[in-house]
Design a protein around this ligand. Structure first.
Ligand SMILES: [Zn+2]
Length: 438
């Protein structure tokens, strides 16, 4: 645990250089202040049965919010949330599809209508902002739905305005892993489709197993602003009118009328050759969604920086405060305490904050301690904060996120996801070198 914290602390303390193996006296003193008993006691409180698994919207989650807020105050961290508070209020919305309302039919070039079967040919994604939604439009196969400025584009040469795009999961080969992750994300594909003028999307899931449940609960979670005018999340945030998912059989049915070989087209796009074209069908679909809303909170603390200029830049330390609550019993115990996921990350953040505050040398940049809600519901508290940060967005220079730190196994190596995109990698290398880690 001490080693783990040392890395994080060193990463954001702007150690002198990657070559230098010795840390400064201030940093050494700060590291010596890390108190593993404090970390243990934070975990013990947050993972106690009385918090019932910290599910957002429950009393147990509120107890976790109250606890970390109290701890931040005690440490001397300033409020960094809404209007001088430690909290950032948001609304969590669970959207559930009304299954019997879901209809979709295809019309071919000669006007013949083919009614699609709910759950078999198509499954709508509940609309996060509308209770009733409908769209009708010509279908366009637009590959992965990827549009890289100056690079691979599934939208080059096709006009999707007013159309419904048919997209396949994934991204072309040969991209950097972080770009693949970005462009494979369904929410990013939908946002791109919307920017290109599409009214809807059908996402073909290669691996989707057909549900054996004739009436499954199709749920989609988002965060909303308190005015409930905008949705935030990693997936469908309500810009398109309709979003359906379908399986490969549907894709084959659409391709059969074009004379194109589906496998050949899919191999083309995989190898980086965009192959988008109009499909000789139009689709009409509509469905209803039921919304259930409740308020929840991110917790945000601020440690002002010491450098007159750099204090206007922010380094974020984030971790999720929620867990999954109560579920299927395991050996008679139905409370999912989430000690590791992610009481341990929150406990680490509290101790990092305390060490920053008690250090002789305050960090040059300001530090935001951000504890987010709804991670287990689909990263929605962090999506909300990323879109609506409590400090100017452009002033946030880095985020070090802590999820399930290595507290129950020896730390042998460090894999800093995303660090290669910034100079933070140098600090990670330095810290790892100092600890003798890979
Ligand atoms: Zn987690």
């Amino acid at each position: 645990m001490v080693k783990y914290l040392l890395i994080l602390f060193c990463v954001v303390s702007f150690c002198a250089s990657a070559q230098q193996v010795q840390v400064t006296t201030n940093i050494q003193q700060a590291m010596d202040r890390i108190d593993t008993n404090a970390i243990r006691s934070h975990i013990a409180y947050l993972a106690d049965d009385k918090l019932k698994g910290r599910l957002p919207g429950t009393e147990g989650y509120q107890m976790a919010v109250d606890y970390v807020t109290g701890q931040l105050k005690q440490i001397g961290v300033m409020p960094g949330g809404d209007k001088g508070n430690f909290t950032q209020k948001l609304v969590i919305r669970k959207s559930v599809l009304n299954n019997p309302s879901s209809v979709a039919y295809l019309k071919n070039a000669s006007g013949k209508i083919d009614t699609l079967s709910f759950g078999k040919d198509f499954t709508p994604t509940p609309h996060p902002l509308k209770e009733q939604t409908a769209a009708s439009g010509g279908l366009v196969f637009a590959g992965y739905g990827v549009d890289i400025p100056g690079g691979y584009s599934d939208y080059a040469g096709v006009d999707v305005k007013g159309k419904i795009v048919v997209l396949v999961a994934g991204a072309p080969d040969g991209l950097r892993s972080t770009l693949t992750a970005h462009f494979s994300n369904a929410g990013n594909k939908m946002n791109t489709a919307f920017e290109k003028g599409a009214v809807g999307a059908i996402i073909i899931e290669n691996t989707a197993r057909q549900s054996t449940n004739p009436n499954p609960v199709i749920q989609h979670n988002v965060a909303l602003n308190p005015a409930k005018t905008a949705a935030y999340g990693r997936r469908f945030t309500g810009t398109l009118q309709v979003v359906l998912s379908g399986n490969k059989n549907l894709l084959l049915k659409l391709f059969a009328a074009t004379g194109k070989e589906a496998e050949a087209v899919l191999a083309n796009i995989k190898s980086g050759k965009p192959s988008s074209f109009m499909l000789p069908f139009s689709l009409t679909t509509s469905y209803a969604t039921t919304h259930t809303d409740f308020e929840s909170y991110n917790v945000v603390g601020l440690i002002p920086g010491s450098d007159p200029k750099l204090k206007n830049e922010y380094v974020v330390h984030s971790a999720h405060l929620d867990h999954v609550g109560i579920g299927r019993p395991v050996n008679g115990d139905s409370i999912y305490n989430g000690a590791h996921d992610n009481a341990s990350g929150i406990a680490s953040l509290l101790e990092i904050a305390r060490v920053y505050k008690s250090s002789n040398a305050a960090p040059k940049r300001s530090v935001l301690i951000v504890m987010v809600t709804g991670e287990e519901m689909g990263l929605i508290g962090s999506s909300y904060f990323a879109a609506n940060p409590t400090v100017p967005k452009a002033s946030i220079v880095a985020d070090v996120n802590t999820d399930m730190p290595t507290v129950i196994a020896p730390l042998l190596s460090v894999v800093p996801l995303g660090a290669e995109h910034s100079t933070i990698m140098n600090h990670v290398k330095f810290a790892a070198g100092h600890l003798g880690l890979d």
